[in-house]
Design a protein around this ligand. Structure first.
Ligand code: SF4
Length: 595
């Protein structure tokens, strides 16, 4: 196997950095696998997520910058949300900038004394004091960081956190290049704990292709590009984008509304993908190296003067954020949704978790589990203004209630009551009330994400309640998704990248993997990631599936709780078996006989 992984390691406490090389391409592949390998090496397993020792890792894959849609960066860290190993995937220009800075991964350890911005490229690294950015929102921060390096050549990516990250909210996100995010599991708080306000990656170098395989590379590239641009495989992502799913899921009775009190609403037309496209869509943009352009930017107008004077701003929207601050909060106006999305963006919150947490708070207030004095706003489903006030209080951590809510809806519910209707499956639910298979999949998923196994599709395809079939589906999907995420590829590119095409692409760059090599590596990475998650405290038996998920009417009727808990029990066992296959280096040392 050719070249070694090149990893930049920066310690914010000592302000020192070094470049490390790892000869582990065959074992770690890249992306998810590389991130797990580096996490095991750098993590302090005996301490909490906010300990300065804990690393934050950003890793790209072997195909990054070489093939279309290979545009993601894998961020891994010990999650402030649950204390466990977590991954969050972001796009924008981050992956390409890392590639052209000459690194496969960045590891950040330590804690800066003052609020700091880390900047680096192929030829320089600097750690700048940016204490004057304290409390500043995502957009203003981006503007100032861009001006710190006005003449920066090549590809540049700017990552930053807002107030939510600085205040260590468990679901603070990291904004990437304004319209993309490392959204879930609290990466923003992991950066906040390091006093790290921003990262500027300058892709200011070049990257050589393997001359021996260039002909084959051109051929494989063309084949893959053709699938993407000439077939319908990814067309829907460009047209209406992911919001295309709002009407079908609502019709299916699978779209969560008003804290999952229902799964269907006749007002869907006012927040559908079609409505956004017809009335608010300005343009579609893309992550660097992607011909799809699924990122939809809407126009938000705000009247500020008597004489029809308006401020206008550009806000990105997607299916999940529309579900989070739209249907889940009963907001049925597209401009109302965009208003809330802009607030969420500015403050640096994850739109899904923030929306679901406020949905719980709204129902808790209705049921008098909490008071309006605690929420500091008269929260009502559909009331945009009350949610704007609540989001600000949440990000500012204005009182004890918001401090608990900032640790997640379930933590707040365990404190005040109302656990039964906290829509949390490992973390706040994604927008799929498709049935038992999905509920179990998110609750036990590695990232607690709808993307771990895609079981929402299985729910829609399969009526029969078949535990064996369900587990096989989830395992097959997890296998493929680990492979794709070890390439750091966008999962919207699944149809263009069956396993065979991933292998062809790797070979065309001179990486001499066989199909068997890839299979073996993915199995190892799967065991490795799960083993780290277990070692950092994951106990699947203790993951709750609140009563609301058992009461909800999905398209299949009422949840079959008997089937759901049997499936959960079986899946738990399988995950433990997978994790046990990995042996940690420090455990192997301990088990070696004394000489
Ligand atoms: S399909 Fe969308 S999210 Fe995926 S790489 Fe392209 S622009 Fe980014």
């Amino acid at each position: 196997m050719n070249n070694k992984f090149r990893v930049l390691v920066v310690d914010l406490s000592s302000k020192k950095s070094k470049v490390e090389f790892y000869d582990t391409r065959k074992k770690w592949l890249g992306g998810s696998g590389l991130a797990a390998g580096l996490f095991e090496k750098y993590a302090n397993f005996d301490n909490d997520p906010f300990h300065p020792d804990q690393p934050i890792i950003f890793a790209i894959g072997p195909l990054t910058g070489m093939f279309p849609l290979m545009s993601k960066t894998i961020m891994s860290f010990m999650s402030p949300y649950n204390g466990q190993y977590a991954e969050s995937h972001g796009g924008g220009r981050s992956a390409l900038a890392l590639r052209f800075a000459g690194y496969d991964a960045l590891v950040i350890t330590g804690r800066a004394e003052k609020l700091t911005c880390l900047g680096f490229g192929a030829r320089e690294i600097n750690i700048q004091d940016v204490h004057y950015l304290k409390g500043m929102d995502i957009f203003k921060t981006g503007k100032i960081l861009r001006n710190l390096k006005p003449k920066n050549p090549g590809h540049r990516s700017i990552l930053r956190i807002g107030q939510a990250g600085e205040n260590l909210i468990s679901y603070a996100c990291v904004n990437v290049d304004t319209f993309r995010h490392f959204g879930r599991m609290g990466g923003g708080a992991a950066m906040g704990a390091k006093n790290l306000k921003g990262i500027i990656i300058s892709g200011d170098s070049t990257y050589d292709l393997n001359k021996d395989t260039i002909k084959e590379y051109n051929k494989v590239y063309k084949d893959i590009y053709k699938i993407i641009t000439e077939s319908d495989a990814v067309r829907k992502y460009h047209d209406l984008g992911t919001p295309e799913n709002l009407i079908p899921l609502n019709e299916l009775k699978a779209l969560p509304w008003r804290n999952l009190q229902s799964t269907h609403d006749p007002d869907i037309g006012s927040i559908s993908g079609e409505k956004f496209a017809e009335e608010l869509l300005l343009r579609q943009v893309a992550c660097a190296g992607c011909p799809v352009g699924c990122i939809h930017i809407g126009l938000l107008r705000e009247r500020f003067g008597e004489d029809h004077e308006y401020l206008y701003r550009q806000v990105s929207y997607d299916y999940e954020p529309i579900f989070g601050v739209g249907s889940m909060l009963g907001v049925t106006s597209s401009s109302g949704v965009l208003t809330l999305l802009e607030d969420v963006e500015k403050l640096g919150l994850d739109a899904i978790s923030a929306g679901v947490a406020l949905a719980w708070a709204t129902e808790a207030l209705e049921k008098k589990v909490i008071t309006a004095e605690q929420t500091m706003a008269d929260l009502k489903f559909g009331d945009v203004q009350s949610y704007r006030t609540a989001l600000k209080n949440l990000a500012e951590q204005s009182n004890e209630f918001y401090r608990f809510l900032g640790r997640g809806a379930l933590v707040a519910a365990e404190t005040y009551g109302g656990e039964d209707f906290a829509c949390v499956l490992g973390q706040e639910m994604a927008g799929y009330a498709t049935g038992e298979n999905y509920f179990v999949s998110q609750a036990l998923g590695f990232r607690h994400s709808h993307l771990d196994t895609g079981a929402y599709s299985f729910d829609q395809e399969e009526q029969a309640k078949d535990i064996e079939k369900s587990i096989k589906y989830m395992q097959d999907q997890e296998y493929y998704r680990i492979l794709m995420c070890s390439m750091a590829g966008c999962l919207f590119g699944r149809k263009a990248y069956p396993k065979e095409n991933i292998l062809r692409a790797l070979n065309s760059l001179g990486y001499d993997y066989s199909q068997q090599d890839l299979d073996d590596s993915v199995k190892d990475i799967q065991a490795h990631r799960w083993a780290i998650k277990f070692r950092t405290g994951f106990k699947p038996e203790e993951v709750k599936i609140p009563k609301r998920f058992l009461e909800v009417e999905t398209w299949k009727g009422k949840t079959d709780s008997d089937y759901l808990f049997k499936l959960k029990k079986e899946y738990q066992k399988i995950l433990r078996d997978i994790a046990e296959k990995h042996k940690f280096a420090d455990e192997e040392e301990k088990s070696e006989p004394e000489r």
